[in-house]
Design a protein around this ligand. Structure first.
Ligand SMILES: [Zn+2]
Length: 420
C-alpha cells in the first residue's frame, strides 16, 4: 500500500500534530507528503532570510515550528501499519453481500477520494463455493463465516448433514463476551440469520426470529419487525426480548440514537417492518449504527471482548437487478460504515476489522468505454457467481488474512485469534 495519502495516516498525522500543540490548519493540506514538501520549501525560504543576517525572529520561530511538523509528518508516514504485537480483543466483521472485485473497482473509480477499505493494509482472496454447489448462496456463505463449515445452499447455521453447527457468537457468549449484528436487510435474512439461528432453510423467517430471541445477542440493528410481532403462533417476540432485559426500539419510536441505548445492557432497534429502504431512498443508519454499536459492545464486554457482524445487505440486490447505480450507492453507504469501524479500531488499538463478501453477484465487469467516474455497466448474469471475493484486514491479527483460502478458513482464523 502507499504510505502517503491514506485516511488513516492523515488522521495519525493530525493526531500527532494536535498532541504537539500545533495547529492543523498551519498547512491546510490533506496529504502528508504534500505537507512535508510545503514544510521543506518554507524552511528553505526562511533559511535564505536567516543567512542574509536579517533579524527575523518571528520567521525563525515559524521555521522551527515547520521543522517539527515536517519531522512529525515523516514519523507518521513511516510508521508501520503492522504487524500489531497482540491478538485482537474485539472483531468487527463487515460483509458486503454480493460485493465482488468489479463492484469495489467501480466504486473506487466512481469518486475522487479514496475509499476507506483502500487504506486497509492486508488483502487476500476468498473461495466462496458451497458444499453442494460451486455457486454459493448467502445462507451457505454466511454459515461458512459463522460456523467454519461448508454447507448446502439455503442452510442457516446447519452443516451439510443438517445438524446445527456451533457458531462464533455462541462460543463468545459462552465465555461472557458480547456480540452484535447490524444489517441493512431484515435480521431474519440469510446473512444475519446464519450468526443467530439454526434452521434447515433460509425462508423459515418466523422460526429464525424465535432463534434470534434465544441467541443471547447483545446488540441488534436491522429490519424484520413483522417476524417478531405479526406471528401465526400469536407470540410477541418483541415483548420476549424485553422480558430478557433487552431495550427494544423501532423505527416507529424514532431514529437510532446513543440516548436510546445508553442505559441498556442489551439493545435492539428495528429499522423497518420488513426490509429497510435502499440507501438511495434515504436509508442512512449503517455508519452510525457501527460507531454506536462498537462503543456499546466495548462497554458491554470490557476485557472479555466483543464481535460485531455488519452486513451491507443490499449490494447483492443491486447485482441481481444489474443496476450499477444501486450497487454504487450501497457500497458508498457500506464504506462509511467501514470508516466508522476503522476509526473505532484505530482509537481502541485492540480491534481487528475484516471487510469481505460472501460471493459476487451479477458477473459484473468494467468494459470499454468505461472512464473514471463514467463506468459502463456490464453484467453476465442476474444471479451469483463463483469468482473469488477480496478480503481486507486492519488491526491486531490482520496479517493472518492475507493469501487465498476458503470462506470456512475465515471463521477458523477469527476463532484462533480470539482464543475460542
Ligand atoms: Zn449473499
Amino acid at each position: 500500500m502507499s504510505i502517503s495519502g491514506t485516511h488513516l495516516l492523515d488522521e495519525r498525522w493530525q493526531f500527532s500534530a494536535e498532541k504537539k500543540g500545533l495547529s492543523i490548519s498551519l498547512c491546510g493540506l490533506k496529504n502528508s507528503c504534500q505537507i512535508q514538501h510545503v514544510a521543506i520549501a518554507t524552511v528553505l525560504k526562511h533559511m535564505k532570510c536567516f543567512l542574509k543576517l536579517h533579524v527575523c525572529w518571528n520567521r525563525f520561530a515559524v521555521w522551527c515550528a515547520l521543522l517539527i511538523v515536517g519531522l512529525s509528518c515523516y514519523q507518521a508516514a513511516s510508521r508501520p501499519m503492522g504487524p500489531w504485537r497482540d491478538s485482537p480483543r474485539n472483531v468487527i466483521l463487515i460483509i458486503g453481500d454480493g460485493m465482488g472485485l468489479a463492484q469495489l473497482s467501480a466504486a473506487a473509480y466512481s469518486q475522487k477520494r479514496s475509499m476507506h477499505w483502500e487504506s486497509m493494509p492486508v488483502v487476500g482472496f476468498i473461495k466462496t463455493h458451497a458444499a453442494d454447489n460451486l455457486i454459493t448462496d448467502s445462507a451457505a456463505g454466511a454459515t461458512a463465516f459463522a460456523c467454519g463449515c461448508k454447507t448446502y445452499n439455503n442452510a442457516i447455521g446447519m452443516d451439510s448433514l443438517g445438524r446445527a453447527c456451533t457458531n462464533l457468537f455462541e462460543l463468545l457468549e459462552q465465555r461472557g463476551s458480547c456480540t452484535g449484528v447490524i444489517a441493512t436487510a431484515a435480521l431474519t435474512h440469510a446473512t444475519p440469520a446464519a450468526f443467530l439461528a439454526h434452521q434447515p432453510h433460509r425462508t423459515r423467517y418466523y422460526a429464525i426470529a424465535k432463534d434470534i430471541v434465544h441467541s443471547g445477542v447483545d446488540f441488534l440493528v436491522g429490519g424484520g419487525l413483522q417476524y417478531f410481532t405479526e406471528r401465526e403462533d400469536g407470540q410477541n417476540l418483541k415483548d420476549s426480548l424485553r422480558h430478557q432485559g433487552v431495550k427494544v426500539c423501532t423505527y416507529e419510536d424514532g431514529g437510532l440514537s446513543w440516548a436510546l441505548m445508553r442505559k441498556a445492557h442489551r439493545f435492539a432497534w428495528f429499522a423497518a417492518r420488513n426490509h429497510p429502504s435502499a440507501a438511495e431512498l434515504g436509508r442512512s443508519y449503517l455508519a452510525s449504527a457501527v460507531s454506536l454499536g462498537a462503543r456499546f459492545l466495548a462497554r458491554c464486554a470490557g476485557d472479555r471482548g466483543f464481535m460485531l457482524m455488519v452486513e451491507g445487505s443490499q449490494i447483492d440486490w443491486g447485482g441481481h437487478a444489474n443496476d450499477l447505480h444501486f450497487i454504487l450507492r450501497e457500497i458508498q453507504d457500506l464504506d462509511r460504515a467501514i470508516g466508522a469501524a476503522l476509526a473505532f479500531a484505530q482509537a481502541d488499538g485492540h480491534t481487528l476489522v475484516i471487510v469481505t463478501a460472501d460471493h459476487e453477484t451479477g458477473g459484473m465487469s468494467i468494459p470499454p468505454p468505461s472512464r473514471k467516474r463514467r463506468i459502463a455497466e456490464a453484467f453476465s448474469t442476474n444471479s451469483h457467481t463463483a469468482t473469488m471475493v477480496p478480503v481486507f484486514a486492519y488491526g491486531p491479527g490482520a496479517e493472518q488474512f492475507g493469501g487465498i483460502y476458503d470462506n470456512t478458513a475465515l471463521q477458523h482464523k477469527i476463532a484462533h485469534l480470539l482464543g475460542l
